[in-house]
Design a protein around this ligand. Structure first.
Ligand SMILES: O=c1ccn([C@@H]2O[C@H](COP(=O)(O)OP(=O)(O)O[C@H]3O[C@H](CO)[C@@H](O)[C@H](O)[C@H]3O)[C@@H](O)[C@H]2O)c(=O)[nH]1
Ligand SMILES: [Mn+2]
Length: 522
């Protein structure tokens, strides 16, 4: 019976009438463009003596009109076949048959990305509505800062209160910061029993204490050899947090996801490839520790706002019809505190409520770098083929035998136990030189990739500074209030010097099976 119950359905996003009106509009638009082109071109054949307008401005305007028309034309692809997808969580297999997931969260600088915020991301992932023993949360700390490790231990402690509370009352907002903020209306009035109110107060107090402990921690300390370490030059540190945390907590029954802290090695002599480098290190390290077949990628400045997202993603990954050609399930992003005058409900509407549905109906959206459940196998690309020789595999994935074994065997370490040998091997996998002489490394470092990444970052940086300056000038002239703030990223000196953006290798591999699907989690 179960096989006949669908896990998801896909249907046209808009009513046929809407599509017909759209195409009618598009035909009128095309006709107008044709007349415009005719008008502009015929001007060029007029007698130069009788022309009322000089040629150069005419050509400039014509060029911009052609460019805009071309952009409009390309945009029509998104309206060709937009689709919506619906999931049926009730048709998923029992919890014990669900596949495991690894959650990758990246952070780099505790000054720009405050640790309490990062830990809120970690807690929201730990509290996902998914079997705890099948959830493994990895935090990559590129800054190697001791405050982040302290934060992880505290998050583990607070999680023992937060997770049962969320589970017991079915809290929707699983990020404590958002849950306790005044802006959160969703969960506010769902419960009014005395028991709930009392429990909520206890959890709130615990959360405030958790924040305090982190905020008291010195920010500038580095994990190892503080005198020689800094955020760009430090050894690998990997810690399975549950182990250190349970020593101090004693016996308790709360089922917790595995929580792992990973600070990969960074050295001045090796390019570290920003977020891409961090994700690659996590991919290898997690391959040894939990090796889950699916991976959720999150940035540290976001949180999971829908606890059922993992189950929703599984409705696609476990669908035998879709799954063989499916690499990723993406979720749309929403933003907070953009501006008081935001009229778009904090969404990038053009992309997430139009373009992605359109590209889903064609061949899937581009990899947006975050917020997606990826199939681990798809990241290994063509290098992972049945019957590959050991030497070939080593060429692709590097010299670690354990990593090679992990490509085939799942769950090498289970239930949060770790052996010291494994931890030693994970440090080797997180070393800055691991990718040297591997196809993995070569693809990440190809000159073309670097140049492309550099170019995109330059464009972002230059346009941001340009808009920032224009905003400041118009403010000076008293024409408007300045509201354009440069983000950390474009103002980052390290990127300015090296000129790379974070996702070189990962993107390329992720696109080796570019069949992602968009799912709306609203
Ligand atoms: O050396 C680095 C630099 C950045 N990060 C992390 O990468 C993430 C994204 O960086 P951020 O500066 O927040 O970039 P955004 O522009 O906000 O992010 C968007 O754009 C990035 C590509 O430019 C994508 O990788 C992101 O997923 C996407 O959300 C953050 O969690 C960072 O902590 C690292 O782990 N190591
Ligand atoms: Mn960001």
């Amino acid at each position: 019976m179960e096989n006949s119950s669908p896990l998801n359905t896909c249907h046209a996003r808009f009513h046929k009438l809407y599509i017909i009106i759209h195409w009618f509009h598009a035909v009128i638009h095309c006709t107008a463009i044709t007349f415009l082109v005719y008008y502009r071109v015929s001007f060029l054949f007029q007698d130069p003596q009788t022309r009322a307008t000089p040629v150069v401005p005419w050509l400039l305007v014509f060029a911009s009109e052609l460019l805009l028309s071309f952009m409009w034309l390309l945009g029509q692809a998104y309206r060709w076949r937009p689709v919506s997808r619906t999931v049926f969580l009730e048709n998923l297999p029992e919890d014990d048959k669900l596949p495991a997931i690894d959650v990758f969260i990246c952070t780099v600088d505790p000054n720009k990305e405050p640790t309490v915020g990062v830990m809120n991301t970690v807690l929201s992932a730990m509290a996902l509505d998914y079997p705890a023993e099948k959830t493994h949360v990895y935090l990559s700390d590129d800054g190697g800062a001791s405050i982040t490790l302290v934060g992880m231990r505290e998050a583990c402690r607070f999680g023992r209160w937060w997770l049962p509370f969320c589970r017991k009352y079915g809290i929707k907002t699983r990020c404590p910061q958002a849950y306790f903020s005044d802006a959160n209306d969703e969960d506010k009035h769902r419960w009014s029993s005395k028991e709930f109110i009392a429990e909520r107060e206890i959890i709130k107090e615990k959360y405030e204490k958790f924040q305090e402990v982190i905020q008291r921690s010195p920010e500038k300390d580095f994990l190892e050899e503080p005198s020689t370490s800094n955020s760009r030059d430090h050894p690998a540190v990997i810690e399975v947090i549950n182990e250190s945390c349970s020593e101090t907590m004693g016996e308790d029954q709360v089922q917790m996801p595995l929580l792992v802290y990973v600070s990969r090695e960074k050295s001045h002599s090796h390019p570290h490839h920003f977020k891409a480098g961090a994700l690659n290190a996590l991919l290898r390290v997690s391959g040894l520790i939990s090796n889950s077949p699916y991976i959720l990628v999150l940035d540290c400045d976001m949180y999971c706002n829908g606890p059922s997202s993992a189950r929703q993603a599984m409705c696609f990954h476990l669908d035998p019809k879709i799954s063989p050609s499916l690499a990723s399930v993406f979720f749309p992003q929403k933003f907070h505190n953009i501006s008081d005058n935001d009229i778009y409900d904090s969404e990038i509407r053009q992309i997430f409520t139009l373009n992605w549905y359109g590209s889903d109906g064609l061949r899937g959206p581009i990899w947006s770098g975050t917020n997606c459940y990826i199939k681990r196998e798809s990241l290994y690309g063509d290098s992972l083929q049945e019957g590959s020789e050991l030497e070939e595999l080593k060429k692709a994935f590097g010299p670690s035998n354990e990593l090679i074994k992990s490509l085939k065997i799942s769950g090498i370490i289970s239930g949060g136990e770790s052996s010291s040998t494994f931890l030693q091997e994970t440090k080797f996998l997180a070393s800055s030189t691991y990718e040297d002489h591997t196809t993995w490394g070569k693809e990440a470092r190809s000159l073309r990739n670097m140049r492309n990444e550099q170019r995109i970052w330059m464009i972002k940086s230059v346009t941001s500074h340009l808009y920032g300056s224009l905003d400041a000038i118009t403010k000076r002239l008293g024409l408007r209030k300045a509201s354009f703030l440069l983000t950390n990223k474009v103002a980052d000196n390290e990127q300015l010097c090296l000129g790379f953006t974070p996702y070189a290798f990962f993107l390329q591999q992720g696109l080796s099976q570019p069949n992602g699907r968009v799912v709306d989690n609203k």
